[in-house]
Design a protein around this ligand. Sequence first.
Ligand code: FAD
Ligand code: SF4
Ligand code: SF4
Ligand code: SF4
Length: 657
Amino acid sequence: MARVGVFVCSCGANIADFIDVDAVVHETKKIREVELAVNYRYFCSAPGQSLIRDAITAHRLTSIVVAACSPRMHETTFQKAALEAGMNPYLVEIANIREHSSWVHQNDKTKATLKACDLIRMAVAKSTANEKLHEITVPVSDRALVIGGGIAGIQAALDIANARHPVVLVERQSSIGGRMAQLDETFPTLDCSQCILTPKMVEVARNPYIELIPYAEVVELNGFVGNFKVKIKKKPSYVDFSTCTGCGACTQKCPVKVKNEFNLGHDTRKAIYSPFPQAVPSKPVIDPDACLMITKGKCGLCSKVCEKGSIKYDMKEEIVEREIGAVVVATGYDLFDARSYEEYGVGRYKDVITSLEFERMVSASGPTNGVPIRPSDGEIPKSVVFIKCVGSRDESKGYPYCSKICCMYTAKHAMLLHHKVPDSQSFIFYMDIRAAGKGYEEFVKRVQTETGVVYLRGRVGKIYKRGKKLIVRGEDSQIGQAVEVEADLVVLATAIKSFHDSVDLARILGISYDQHGFFSEAHPKLRPVETSKAGIYLAGCSQAPKDIPETVAQASACAAKVCGLLAADVLKKDPLIAKIVRENCSGCRNCIKLCPYQAISTEEIPDGHNSKITRVIAKINEGLCQGCGACVSGCRSTAINLCGATDRQIVNQVNSI
Ligand code: FAD
Ligand code: SF4
Ligand code: SF4
Ligand code: SF4
């Protein structure tokens, strides 16, 4: 005979103010299987848990129901309390009378109380059919995969490797470094980006625990937490990295010049090239669209000068596979293409550029050796207008969110311009100044005081040409007037957007993304670096726009999570998964098609007593099954049960109301 204990929590005033808990206890006591029903102010508190433990032993309870908040909040707390009292934790049921009753029916205490009684009655009925279940253990592969070699991926890979777990770092470009490699000095301290980044890049190359796979992409991920199998496509670089010394003789000889993407087309590169001098790995790749040998079968100069014989024009793409336990996604961001702002003349006026172009110009390693110029005539600009929120916070362009970093880097740009061209004048059109961060507000103040930059609060309506100058027409809401500023150069702080193919990667990895294509975290406050798929974590701008300090902190947080996971030889998993009722299974394979996690295969078993005749039935992979229940509802033979939500448990619940 079932002996169920029911613990009705007041949750302070959260439940007790909107539900008559005494009446609920009184009603609950009338249920035949209920041995004990009590109310307490906070069952999640230490004394509350102690009450539960004592009641389980004193009343020899066979299952318990805690009528309280959502199971997402405290189910494990109550399961642990039960376990400490010698009860199997899966004999605990939660009746969510807070989120499902007191919070949503605050205006009708009578009905909220009745609903709480119903929820408890259902939970009691279910609990009488609960079975003792035990955690599942699955082996863990001691290797992490980091996708993306920007500062986020670099930091995560180094932290994991320094804890002596092997890491595979996959980067799409021929070098790691990401956007940070393109930056000059960084706010708020104005330290040189390359100087703080390149030592970390070199550390990646030297770390024996890191396998760096550049010029490559993840094309397939199978398996489950602790046991993923990844397929990585290595693009042909046409250079054998294992023998190439990075001497650069090939690049020097190459006769072909094309636009250099790293400098956003403001200078040229060769057809065989390294993206920037401090690239890691320091090996060139051949651009197959530009190379004369690959496109026309002529030239071959690089091969002739390469003493190591490293040039391989017939190199093909290659797929490599690795077994891994956890994944960090650090694929960064793209920038909004401002050409849709026709009123700003983007693409029409050479002297309207983006902030990243300005960043390359003021960089000592940039196309103009650190000197800001007007692209139209090469002259040094004396009057520069910076426009913030170009795309960002603009619903009409589809980017209603704040890009978070533009306020700060635009202030930085005013400072850099002042350093490079002391007799220049900066104007910044802005909506707000968002400078929340350690030392950020102080930095903006410093820029204002030291450079004399003029901040104009308002949107820019139009940019047009007058002679050699650009006229920027906007409004200054502080004085309530339209203003016109004559500029030599206009710099647009374009919105940070998700990486252009982030949705494709999300599909490959089986993780979710928001309406803007940024990957979604499992919980915005409590699980900010985890995805909802166990074993996959997020770092840097792939999750949302952020600056370098925040990116690095998030990457280290990911690494801590990964190290925690990989430290164990086996992984414990909730047993609330699908189970085949072998005698009922007809082997129709319907469930295999329905399972979104590819967790079902088949096995051959002896048919009845005759061991010579066999039949095929479905088989669940315990590691892969996420307990979603899709297969259960699709099985016509009722041959699958979901542990924790069996047919009997559900029927009991339905009958009880
Ligand atoms: P990224 O730097 O974008 O790196 C992502 C990497 O992943 C890239 O190497 C990319 O090639 C790779 N990748 C993408 N997809 C794949 C794939 N499918 N497979 C493999 N690899 C992939 N921040 C500051 O704190 N201070 C500053 O002064 C500052 N100035 C800035 C100025 C400008 C103009 C801009 C635009 C940004 C500035 N930032 C600054 C912000 C800074 O750039 C970011 O915080 C930082 O780059 C985020 O790093 P990340 O690793 O997340 O992304
Ligand atoms: Fe350049 Fe191609 Fe000629 Fe090599 S073969 S030197 S990469 S054009
Ligand atoms: Fe068919 Fe059900 Fe067996 Fe799957 S479990 S093979 S759906 S009978
Ligand atoms: Fe697949 Fe979901 Fe069934 Fe598990 S419960 S086998 S994940 S369909």
